[in-house]
Design a protein around this ligand. Structure first.
Ligand code: HEM
Length: 159
């Protein structure tokens, strides 16, 4: 039992920004994938993305691309885009083990009823990759992020 206690302590010590999944207020929403997946133990990933400032720059750039893309623009044109960008910064920061807290809603709850299809999902990720390339984020780091986002499609795409 003591050994168990020590290992939990070590895990918590290694994870100062341990992520708390957002609660879902609507009981009819089914959550399939974590909104805050743990993507890596790489302690440098958050820094590789430029820390919080880097994430802010990434969201500013990618939101412009989403607004310029016919597949994604219809979803965002009536949204509070500044709020979405701020919540994406928090979310990406948490999943990279950065020193942040995610204050948004669960992915299943946010995107329910939006009728997001596969084409829109892949267009959104493609534009994100264009931003990351433009900002010279190394491919290995990009891949870690994309691997974390991919399972979320179960909660985002309507079928
Ligand atoms: C892995 C992919 C995605 C992630 C990580 C993601 C993440 C987020 C986050 C964190 C928010 C803010 C949550 C909140 O308001 O509490 C949000 C909102 C939103 N997302 Fe996504 N999203 C993804 C895919 C998509 C796709 C494919 C679309 C449509 C093309 C989309 C459209 C929207 C819209 C329109 C909002 C604003 C909703 C509102 O203001 O009520 N998202 N998303």
């Amino acid at each position: 039992m003591r050994k168990f206690g020590i290992s939990i302590g070590l895990i918590l010590a290694a994870c100062p920004a341990a992520a708390t999944e957002p609660t879902v207020s609507d009981p009819t929403v089914v959550v399939r994938a974590p909104t805050l997946p743990v993507i890596t133990d790489d302690p440098n990933l958050f820094e590789t993305f430029g820390g919080r400032e880097g994430l802010v720059r990434i969201m500013d750039d990618v939101m412009q691309r989403w607004m310029a893309n016919d597949r994604t623009r219809p979803f965002f044109e009536n949204a509070d885009r500044d709020k979405v960008k701020a919540l994406l910064v928090e979310q990406f920061c948490v999943i990279m083990h950065g020193p942040c807290t995610y204050s948004g809603r669960a992915m299943a709850e946010v995107h329910r009823g939006m009728n997001v299809n596969e084409g829109a999902f892949f267009a959104l990720v493609e534009e994100l990759q264009r931003t990351l390339n433009a900002m010279d984020i190394p491919f290995q780091a990009q891949n870690r992020l994309i691997a974390a986002l991919a399972p979320m499609h179960r909660d985002i795409i309507d079928r």
